[in-house]
Each structure stands twice: as structure tokens, then as C-alpha cells.
Design a protein. Structure first.
Length: 267
């Protein structure tokens, strides 16, 4: 008989998890940049659990939501209040950074929203496609690519091992996978600005948990910064990226808060 798992078992390593903190579900990441609540109505709190072994943290309540509920309650017409750079500013910034790095390559932007990044890259002559189950009507490609990107996607997904297996399956031999997700410290204390249910941010990697997840997917990786990571099946595919200058994606918030999640003070 298999040993009984801990009451809160980490979905990455199976280790025992504890309650890190409880957070109002309508707090969003933009609040920490604007210094006030974008969604002032409280709708109830969510637990943030953290693994004592690998440092992975997650919101188990939102991991259990299906796609329809996520689409209705998170990825709705108000989503840009959570992330005002999502539609245009971030795609423009990423396209300018990526274009010289992926010339002559086929590229899939996985979780690419309305497809703006791929559209901009095509303007640079890159053979770019986009796929996002929440924001467009396209189907997941059935072919592989020289480069797959997943910017600000990882933290939105509950089933991490399934996600990385799907991303790895889209890579041609010798291809690279670029993902961005802000790494958390091994231990959270009191709050974590990136952990916001209203943004759909429900999964948070430490360096250790990301390394374990990528290894389980058969991928080697390097981190260019605390939020930008490159993976590949072959170690040699990572060599060209070691000299790449990383781009800042999330930025640094200017404010912090604590329960009852109303008053924001300069960080």
C-alpha cells in the first residue's frame, strides 16, 4: 500500500505544505503599482499554501476552478485593470527584445492572449504563431517550433507538470523554450505582491521548484534573471542564451499592503 500523503501535499514534489498566508481575492497586482485597490469590493479570502521542501506555493481553491469559471470571474472584460500592460505595452517590449534573437526561426507564443506579440513579430519577419485557450478561438498547434515562448503564463496554471510536458512537446530538436514567471523566495512572510487571485496568479515557483518541474519534463534550463528562464532538451541549445541580455517584464511595485488589504504604503 502506498504511504498516505500529507494533508496538504505539494503538487510539484509531494512534500508537506503549510499555510503561508490568507489574502483577499480581489486584490490585484496593479494595486501594488497604483497604491490603491482597482477592485474595491471584498469577495472573500483565499489560502496561499507553501511547500516546506521545494518552496512551491499555490492557491488550492483556484487550482480547482474549471476553465469556464476562470473565464467568467478572472479573464473577463475587467482583466486589464489587473494588468494594464497585457494588451499592448508588454507585447511591444517583448517583440523588440525577441525579434533579433529569433530571426529565421519559427515561434509559438503559448498563452499569447489576443496574439499581439505574434502579430508584432510577424512584422519583423518572424514566422510567429499564437495560442491561448482563454483569449482566442485558435486550436493548439499540432506541429513543433524552433522557439516556444510562454510569457507570464506559468503562474496562471494549476497543473504545472502537465503544462511543461505540453510545452516540451512543442519543441523541435534543438529548440528552446523561454518562460517568464517571477521566482519567489523559499519562504513567504505575510504577503507576496505577485500572489493575486484576481490576476489569475495561482502558482508560484521558487528556484528549487522550477528546477524540479523542468527536470521532470526532461528539460535543462538556465535563468537569465529572477523572472526570465530558458529551457531545452539539449544543454547545447542553451549556450547561445547565456550571453543574452534579459528584459525586465514585471517591474518593481512601489507599494505594499497587509490585511485587511486596504491601506497601501510606499514599499
Amino acid at each position: 500500500m502506498a504511504p498516505e500523503l500529507p494533508r496538504w501535499a505539494c503538487p510539484i514534489c509531494g512534500g508537506s505544505a503549510h499555510l503561508a498566508f490568507v489574502k483577499e481575492a480581489n486584490v490585484c497586482c496593479a494595486d501594488y503599482f497604483e497604491g490603491c485597490r482597482q477592485f474595491p469590493t471584498d469577495v472573500g479570502a483565499v489560502d496561499v499554501l507553501e511547500c516546506a521542501a521545494c518552496g512551491f506555493a499555490w492557491m488550492p481553491a483556484l487550482h480547482a476552478w474549471d476553465g469556464a469559471r476562470l473565464h467568467t470571474e478572472i479573464y473577463n472584460g475587467d482583466y486589464t485593470l489587473c494588468d494594464p500592460h497585457f494588451l499592448e505595452i508588454r507585447p511591444q517590449k517583448l517583440a523588440a527584445w525577441l525579434a533579433p534573437l529569433c530571426a529565421g526561426r519559427s515561434l509559438l507564443d503559448y498563452g499569447g492572449g489576443a496574439g499581439r506579440l505574434a502579430e508584432l513579430l510577424r512584422g519583423f519577419g518572424v514566422a510567429a504563431e499564437s495560442y491561448d485557450p482563454f483569449f482566442d478561438a485558435s486550436t493548439q498547434p499540432d506541429h513543433t517550433f524552433d522557439l516556444v515562448t510562454a510569457f507570464e503564463v506559468i503562474e496562471h496554471v494549476g497543473a504545472q507538470n502537465r503544462l511543461f510536458a505540453a510545452l516540451a512537446a512543442l519543441l523541435k530538436p534543438g529548440a528552446s523554450l523561454i518562460v517568464s514567471t517571477l521566482l519567489k523566495p523559499m519562504r513567504l512572510e505575510g504577503d507576496h505582491w505577485y500572489s493575486c487571485a484576481r490576476n489569475g496568479h495561482i502558482s508560484f515557483h521558487s528556484a528549487a521548484s522550477l528546477a524540479q518541474t523542468l527536470t521532470q519534463a526532461g528539460l535543462a534550463f538556465i535563468s537569465l534573471s529572477d523572472e526570465l528562464h530558458v529551457a531545452a532538451r539539449e544543454h547545447t541549445a542553451l549556450t547561445p542564451w547565456k550571453t543574452a541580455t534579459p528584459i525586465q517584464i514585471s517591474g518593481q511595485p512601489g507599494f505594499q499592503t497587509a490585511p485587511p488589504w486596504r491601506d497601501f504604503i510606499p514599499a
